[in-house]
Design a protein around this ligand. Structure first.
Ligand SMILES: [Zn+2]
Length: 237
């Protein structure tokens, strides 16, 4: 069961479920507040608990607000770009073919002579997508075999609120294009998480047990991602 509490200008999303303790979480990037509570607990008790924690909630929200945000890129010389968790400085060239190349700490964007600036964005997006498409099959083979699952498709999408998603019924997995900017361990973590949904649809204890067994450091990898702008809404506890 789900409910909402209003505390001044803060909305608290309440989830009642079969658990023993109350959990309070504040999520990036908007500072959304969620309380998971035992099913038998009444809303007034939960409200009193939330009010007693308002100071903490405000501090968390403030901290999240201070986090690094993705900023729009212009794709110009000396601009910072991240690929697989490493920082590169952009160089722009004109040439016969368009494309992207990494060389030492430079990311070299090549575009056709006379091509407009907006084309640079497309060239980068295509290249990012290709990076992920090159990286996924090996991870997919490794983990599908180890976990005994067979996803029907693993697609790459631009997503605003999630790092990955899984439709267990169709066996279809989607991976956020932005993962190309994070360390490779993060891509592996999201992939294993979504594949684990083919074993367990929800984040129940069996799901957590699978993650602990398969990827013992998954919490560390999750924290790496949660420090960063796009959250995966549904698994942060
Ligand atoms: Zn999940």
């Amino acid at each position: 069961m789900a409910a909402q509490l209003k505390l001044g200008d803060t909305t608290v999303h309440v989830i009642l479920k079969d658990i023993k303790n109350v959990h309070l979480s504040v999520y990036p990037p908007t500072g959304r507040v969620r309380i998971s509570a035992p099913s038998r607990m009444d809303l007034n008790t939960i409200r009193a608990f939330a009010i007693s924690k308002l100071g903490w909630i405000r501090r968390q929200q403030k901290q999240i607000g201070a986090q690094e945000r993705e900023w729009p890129r212009a794709y110009v010389e000396r601009e910072t770009h991240y690929v697989w968790g490493r920082r590169y400085l952009m160089q722009v060239r004109e040439g016969a073919r368009s494309g992207v190349e990494l060389k030492h700490d430079a990311i070299i964007l090549c575009q056709r002579k006379g091509a407009c600036m907006t084309r640079r964005h497309e060239i980068m997006q295509d290249w990012y997508r290709q990076q992920l498409k090159d990286a996924i099959p090996e991870l997919q083979r490794k983990w599908a075999a180890r976990m005994g699952v067979s996803p029907t498709s693993i697609g790459v999408r631009r997503m605003k609120t999630m790092w990955g998603s899984c439709s267990p019924d169709r066996g279809a997995i989607r991976i956020n294009l932005e993962l190309v900017k994070k360390p490779r361990e993060c891509l592996e973590y999201i992939l294993v998480h979504e594949l684990a949904h083919l074993l367990e649809h929800t984040h129940n204890n069996r799901f957590i047990a699978h993650m602990d067994r398969l990827l013992p450091d998954w919490r560390h990898r999750r924290d790496e991602l949660n420090r960063l702008p796009v959250p995966h809404e549904d698994w942060i506890y």
